[in-house]
Write a protein that binds this ligand. Sequence first.
Ligand SMILES: Cc1cc2nc3c(=O)[nH]c(=O)nc-3n(C[C@H](O)[C@H](O)[C@H](O)COP(=O)(O)OP(=O)(O)OC[C@H]3O[C@@H](n4cnc5c(N)ncnc54)[C@H](O)[C@@H]3O)c2cc1C
Length: 452
Amino acid sequence: MGKVYVVVGAGFRGFCDALQLIKEPGAKIYMVDREPFFGGISCSGKVRDFSVDKGVHMFDGITRELADNVTEIMDGRVRTIDFVSVSAFNGHLTEGFSLPDLSSLPDDTKTRITAELKLLAADAGKGGAPVPRNLRGLFEARYGATAGGIFAGIFQSIYHIDAKLVQPDAISKTSLGRLKHLDDPLMLALKASDPFLDAVLAARRQALGKVDELVSIYPDTGEAMRGWCVRARKWLEDRGVTMCLGQNIESIESTGDKVRLKTGAHTIDANRIIWTNDNTQALACLLGFDFDTRDLVSNTPMLFATLITRAEHIKDFTYLQNFDPEGKTYRTACAGIYSGQIDADGNSFVTCECPTPIDSERWNNPGQAHHAIWQECKALGIVSPDAELADHAVLRLPCTFKVAKLGYDEEIRAFEAEVGRRMRALIFRDVKPFFRRDIYLDSLRVRDLANA
Ligand SMILES: Cc1cc2nc3c(=O)[nH]c(=O)nc-3n(C[C@H](O)[C@H](O)[C@H](O)COP(=O)(O)OP(=O)(O)OC[C@H]3O[C@@H](n4cnc5c(N)ncnc54)[C@H](O)[C@@H]3O)c2cc1C
């Protein structure tokens, strides 16, 4: 008789852990989720008859091994995503680039940025630079005071929190990981002049060519990421995983060397519970102590607009990232086109993630936001000037890119220690890995953790 595992959370993290655990001979796996569907944030919603991902969700930059698994689950029906991105800053568009391009700034500003970068490079050669205490410090340590200040302003406009108040590792959830402030040939020359500059500077993707062996794929069934969610659930069920979806956990208690988890419909005696979501408050409550990291996380609320128009009026590209602090939209994707969804009337859709503080006027009146968002799509060239809006939906997403505020790491370590003290059979890992590639790589250690 093999071991019994309960995976709490049927999002991508839960999927990856289950994928590893089913490899253990004789193992029996249950997946529990309070939502009635599989896939968590990856599962697309419905707008009219279209399947719409809540944001830009892709298997981008994943390992060949994970790509093979996704392809098997999809019966081969995946398409390779060849990112065609555009970025906007300071009223300028840069084709083939998904970071802010500061090259339209005045020459004296760019000269100052270059001079500051060279000083940083010279200091980096000496070593011993202090570790930045917050994201603003990290921007300045990487890009200098001038460009660092501009990036902090962009961060504030998208994430609605001062970069001084968040941990430096928040950079991994942004598109602010490299700097470009000159034209491509000048950027390439500057990068080549010093290893520090090579690490922090960027030039357009095409100019660099293929940089690694990672793969970017997307479901090709016309159902967006929902297509993967539905099939991944069945694929796991076919391998003996029992899905307990739409069920709240009522209790978790130790029973000798096992642990008993009860939902309204199931009582499961397991060897290990693997907690795969960041709901620390719920876990603490189940284990009988108070803990809440909500004040230490900034959630980046967004209005999420789906704008339906004729397919031929939508620009043929993947997405545009708007880094203009005055912009209403942040990331706009031609999601209907790359997911292969064009209806009988020839309509498809774009999706726009629009950072919006909770309780702001726009947040409280989402129904009135679409007109301004549509006009911005036209101004940015995402849809043609004569495009007409056939239909739209605007959702409120209170949580998108969660970034850790200062102090989060200390609190979460204390939480991990307390969970370990109270219930050895429960495995909680802080949900630091964010992109699918990193989540998958992190899951490769779950069997070792479960058998420790
Ligand atoms: C807008 C957006 C776009 C993204 N785009 C990409 C991308 O293109 N490529 C990429 O690699 N990554 C992307 N990411 C990151 C990646 O999608 C996420 O990191 C990943 O999907 C998160 O998976 P998860 O399982 O941790 O969380 P979730 O998908 O949120 O799943 C957590 C699950 O736990 C359940 N749960 C929570 N509390 C409880 C409880 N008490 N009891 C039972 N169940 C519970 C929830 O219902 C949920 O189903 C994106 C993220 C966002 C926010």
